[in-house]
Design a protein around this ligand. Sequence first.
Ligand code: FES
Length: 56
Amino acid sequence: MYVCLCFGVTDREIRQAADNGVSSMRQLGKELGVGRQCGRCACMAREILRESRTPD
Ligand code: FES
């Protein structure tokens, strides 16, 4: 599913980035562009990042 339409970033890519050590929206923006244009994806991207960071 696409999370960030401006940069064509999917939830999978965000999870992958989290696996590779991305832990903040700032980092995610740097890596994938997420949230750097219209910002509409920020809320969901943050949620996915948070979920993939909690190892349980
Ligand atoms: Fe991500 Fe616009 S949808 S910056």
